[in-house]
Write a protein that binds this ligand. Structure first.
Ligand SMILES: C[S@@+](CC[C@H](N)C(=O)[O-])C[C@H]1O[C@@H](n2cnc3c(N)ncnc32)[C@H](O)[C@@H]1O
Length: 197
């Protein structure tokens, strides 16, 4: 079984990386031309992209920008009126795409500061892994303590690292892999049950 996976706000592609390496078909969408060289990336705005081109989709992964939520969560950083509403427009755009595509699985990822805002729309997160909060419809995932440690923010990346902001935002491979394996297992189980009917 080969899953068709849509990765929204894909950046360096961390969220869907394990899906790609394990042979699934991946489509990535990001509006920053710096990511044009990341495999499978279409440059475009999630609010404007024609989603018909991706149908059918089995999995939607979405990691909307988190800077605003982080800033609001840390009161010593600057905050601007209306910026949460702006950030939420991108979350809502992702949710509309998920509603339209009706994938079997979907996962929306964000940071702690986003929890009160996104939970108003989607209810509480289904799972927290490290500093990442996950909403959606997906099999619960299990990581070793060492793997979970890799899922905390990479605030210690030295300023000399190229593309530092994008590297900090990149979803760790262990998280992508755990999700991919859990979905593959559930999919296989469903197929076995289907065959037995
Ligand atoms: C949190 S980062 C994603 C990190 C990514 N999941 C990874 O693992 O590398 C958010 C991304 O959203 C992109 N973005 C922001 N606004 C967007 C929009 N309107 N449409 C598409 N992408 C957008 C940014 O360029 C950035 O790469």
């Amino acid at each position: 079984m080969r899953l068709r996976v849509l990765d929204l706000f894909s950046g360096l592609g961390g969220f869907s990386e394990a899906f790609l390496r394990r042979g699934h078909e991946v489509f990535r969408v990001d509006n920053d031309v710096r990511f044009a060289q990341v495999p499978c990336t279409i440059i475009g705005d999630v609010r404007e992209i024609d989603i018909e081109q991706f149908v059918p989709i089995d999995v939607v992964l979405a990691s909307p920008p988190c800077e605003t939520f982080t800033r609001r969560h840390l009161p010593w950083l600057d905050a601007r009126d209306g910026e949460i509403e702006e950030a939420m427009l991108l979350v809502e755009a992702a949710v509309m795409i998920i509603d339209d595509l009706e994938p079997q699985f979907w996962v929306l990822e964000n940071v702690q500061g986003a929890v009160p805002h996104i939970s108003r729309l989607l209810g509480p997160p289904r799972q927290r892994i490290g500093s990442r909060y996950l909403w959606g419809v997906f099999p619960r995932i299990h990581l070793t303590p060492q793997e979970e440690r890799e899922c905390y923010g990479k605030y210690r990346l030295p300023p000399s690292v190229p593309n530092r902001a994008a590297e900090r935002a990149r979803i760790p491979y262990v998280l992508s892999l755990a999700l991919c394996r859990a979905m593959e297992e559930q999919q296989t189980l469903l197929e076995v049950l289907e065959d037995e009917r």
